[in-house]
Design a protein around this ligand. Structure first.
Ligand code: CUK
Ligand code: CUA
Length: 655
């Protein structure tokens, strides 16, 4: 058999030398080894396999990636868009956090979006993003939107993939934290957000001694208006859940369309010690039962109950009470072992894979069996809240021995499941269509959390790649102090065995989930067209100006500035204000040229905008500090970029 390297030489030489064939073997030069491939390999200590991996991921300048991975940014509060297979970071998308480069949250229109996300009157300027979920049509990613949750502050955001920017943040008025979300139903009718840590619904107070009676979870069904591209809270509803900690969820599809599956832990309803040494910590208290409950929600039935008015209203949200949900079988349980984590529906919608976390198995639930039991009313027991519980053994196709700490599962196009195994630090491949097929395992570095596959959550996954999202990097990269990056490892799953072909350090936030979409499904806009388009209304803003219409209007102490931006000046380029003026800047970029972005910042006033071509922005502030404040363009936009500046003069009161 030919070695990988001899097969690769032509490919790699082309990559290195463009169209020129390599010169005859040259002597190694310095640490890189010069221009001869085998000399480079020797100098850098690379194996054939390393070079093969490089050839599979190296993407020459100007060539684009096949896939885009949208990874949660964790505590960074936003999203990271990464090209696959190159693993080049393409963009950070700010969602719940302020971010200066995108001018996100520094006085412009985006500040209003961030304000909508305030909870209980508190400014919240970060988020703990766990699960990005792409919009779907017929169970397939359609490339239009991506939704994310903020676990810490119970919020959901809508990101438009036309311009990769956040359009809406919805603060959940019912729950105090979320986790099972954002997940969409197969036609993006609903974006699902379920709670994690139980609390009194609506943000009220109750002592922990009332935990069983007063603390609750909820599954929120946010109605998505596909025309407007926004969530419509008025058409949304929630299902009240017992105070078990609801965990990950997934929406049914095809065979299981109309249902949502949510894992849970702490069916023990442990609440911690409160200093009483006879009581267990929450962690061990919540790990006593052999079984917790996989929640099965019939959302189409829930929708009918809402339409029939069988709801109560809490903080403005229509809620199907736990009692009604149990009685009407909107909510049914099936036992799941043991403090489980992921719940992932297979591409055909026929099965649900649950990772055991404290168990060594993945459990494969058979939806046809579940449906049959529910249709016949065959229940094994009831939980303390009157919710019917199905029989475990009757509801599963089987279990697969996976290893220590199975968490999340994704799928390829051949019935293979790739399960992340946290404690073992492995990805384990098995087949849900044939449970007798032996498993294959690959070591990852280290402590994998989530895992993502190409088109992996659709009704037709692509195969090719999975990405292991490892929590710990340890020795993988040059040390950077005690706070280390996470490590995304790209795994080639196209061959007979899995191969790691790239390590990408993630230096911001701890990402949780990611989804990977075919790049050609994304249709981004090159500019806001026509010039003056408000990115939040997708229409030319009434405050926008055309060239020649720029002006300053003053009515008493209210000042409206209609300003334009184009290479390389602002019009008007100085503003004479009086201290205390109530100022609104209406800023229009007159550019339409691709990649011709300007910035607009007012020194000392915490105002900073990104003016992409054609964009309309609006800033409202009080000119409360007197003095002379330069404003300038922060993007190196032209040869006269430094000259793209002006003055805001604020005359002191009484001067
Ligand atoms: S969770 Cu983080 S590794 Cu929030 Cu999806 Cu499992
Ligand atoms: Cu415009 Cu620099």
């Amino acid at each position: 058999m030919k070695s990988a390297i001899s097969l690769l030489l032509p490919v790699f030489s082309l990559a290195l030398y463009g169209c020129q064939p390599p010169a005859p073997a040259a002597a190694p030069q310095g640490a890189s080894g010069g221009s001869d491939l085998s000399a480079v390999m020797t100098a850098r200590g690379l194996t054939d396999e390393d070079v093969l991996a490089a050839a599979k991921t190296w993407t020459p300048s100007g060539k684009h990636d096949d896939y885009v991975l949208f990874a949660s940014g964790g505590q960074m509060g936003g999203l990271i868009a990464i090209g696959v297979p190159s693993m080049r970071i393409l963009k950070y998308i700010s969602v719940f956090e302020t971010e200066p480069w995108q001018g996100y949250g520094y006085g412009g229109l985006s500040s209003k979006i961030l304000k909508e996300g305030n909870q209980g009157g508190k400014d919240i300027t970060w988020g703990d993003v766990h699960h990005p979920n792409l919009s779907e049509t017929n169970g397939d990613y359609d490339g239009k939107y991506i939704f994310v949750n903020d676990k810490a502050n119970a919020r959901i955001a809508v990101v438009d993939l036309a311009d990769f920017s956040t359009k809406q943040i919805i603060a959940n008025p019912l729950i105090m934290s979320d986790h099972g979300g954002a997940f969409v139903t197969p036609n993006t009718d609903y974006v699902i957000e379920s709670s994690q840590y139980a609390a009194p619904l609506g943000g009220g107070y109750a002592p922990l001694s009332d935990y069983n009676e007063k603390y609750r979870g909820a599954a929120m069904f946010w109605k998505f208006d596909k025309e407007k591209g926004r969530i419509d809270p008025s058409k949304s509803f929630a299902v009240e859940l017992p105070p078990y900690m609801q965990d990950l969820s997934d929406a049914g599809k095809l065979a299981s369309d109309g249902y949502v599956f949510i894992g849970s832990w702490n069916t023990e309803r442990a609440t911690g010690t409160g200093g009483d040494k006879s009581k267990p910590y929450l962690e061990s208290g919540a790990s006593q039962n052999d079984m917790d409950f996989l929640h099965i929600i019939d959302w189409k039935k829930a929708e009918k109950l809402v339409a029939d008015g069988k709801t109560t209203t809490i903080n403005g949200v229509k809620v199907i009470s736990l009692e009604t949900a149990a009685k009407e079988h909107v909510l049914t349980f099936v036992p799941e072992p043991k403090s489980p984590h992921g719940a992932d529906v297979t591409p055909d919608g026929k099965f649900i894979v649950v990772g055991g976390k404290l168990d060594t198995h993945a459990t494969l639930y058979d939806f046809a069996k579940i449906k049959d039991e529910m249709d016949k009313g065959e229940y094994a027991s009831k939980d303390p809240y009157g919710v019917d519980v199905l029989d475990f053994a009757k509801s599963i196709k089987g279990q697969k021995e996976i290893g220590l700490g199975p968490l999340h599962s994704v799928f390829d196009d051949k019935g293979n499941v790739y399960t992340s195994v946290f404690l073992d630090s492995t990805v384990v491949k098995w087949n849900y269509l044939n449970l007798d097929q032996p498993t294959e395992s690959i070591a990852v570095n280290y402590n994998i959390g989530h895992i993502a596959a190409a088109e992996g959550d659709t009704v037709s996954p692509d195969g090719h790649y999975v990405v292991a999202m490892n929590k710990m990097a340890e020795d993988r990269f040059t040390p950077v102090g005690p706070l280390l990056p996470q490590n995304f490892q790209l795994i080639d799953i196209s061959g007979p065995t899995m191969k790691i072909i790239y390590d990408l350090p993630i230096p911001l936030g701890e990402p949780h989930y990611a989804q990977m979409i075919k790049a050609d499904k994304l249709h981004t806009i090159p500019a806001y067209t026509p010039a003056g388009t408000n990115p939040y209304t997708n229409a030319v803003d009434p405050g926008a100006v055309k060239a020649g219409e720029e002006r300053i209007e003053r009515h008493g102490n209210k000042v409206d500035v209609y300003m334009s931006v184009i290479r390389s000046h602002f019009t008007p380029d100085y503003l004479e204000l009086n201290q205390g003026d109530d100022v609104t800047l209406h800023v229009t970029s007159l550019e339409q040229a691709y990649d011709q972005t300007h910035g607009f910042t007012i020194d000392m006033y915490n105002v900073n905008l990104s003016m992409e071509p054609g964009k309309y922005e609006e800033v409202h502030f009080t000119a409360d500090r007197a003095g002379v404040f330069p404003f300038y363009c922060t993007e190196f936009c032209s040869a006269l970029h430094l000259e793209m500046e002006g003055y805001m003069l604020v005359k002191p009161k009484g001067a």
